[in-house]
Design a protein. Structure first.
Length: 146
């Protein structure tokens, strides 16, 4: 017997642009090659300049990954003047939130993330197909192991 996925009928989410996921809380924004290409293009920077200015390597479990830097106040390095300075080219991790495997692991995880994000549980209904599409993109755009 197969257990039904709790989000089989979809989930409601609409970004309120509150920036809680971008500011005031430390964290990592891990990047794929596609993410770097998009950001380099959007910021009109050579790749090495972008990596030096905006990124750092972090140990995450047994691997090292490339992550966006944070400002001294732990805001994302791309946060500027009320919003993301590279919004249209933001990394998949940012674009796909909250449709991450970790957020969707259980109904409790979804509710816990909803305690921090006012957009979870509101707005339009995202279908199972859309949600699975976001999950598949992470597989198609693997994170860089540095």
């Amino acid at each position: 017997m197969t257990q039904e996925i709790f989000y089989a009928r979809g989930l409601r989410f609409e970004c309120t642009r509150c920036s809680k996921c971008c500011r005031h809380t430390p964290g990592y924004v891990f990047l794929s090659e596609v993410d770097i290409d998009r950001l380099v293009s959007a910021l009109s920077l050579p790749r090495q300049t972008f990596l030096r200015r905006y990124c750092h390597r972090v140990r995450y479990g047994p691997v090292r990954r490339i992550s966006l830097r944070e400002k001294p106040n732990v805001d994302c390095i791309l946060w500027d003047d009320g919003g993301c300075s590279a919004y249209d080219a933001r990394p998949l991790q940012c674009r796909s939130f909250p449709f991450w495997a970790s957020c969707l692991a259980t109904p409790e995880e979804w509710r816990d993330h909803g305690q921090q994000c006012p957009g979870i549980g509101t707005g339009r209904l995202h279908t199972l197909r859309e949600i699975e599409g976001w999950l598949a993109l992470r597989t198609e755009e693997p994170l860089i192991e540095a």
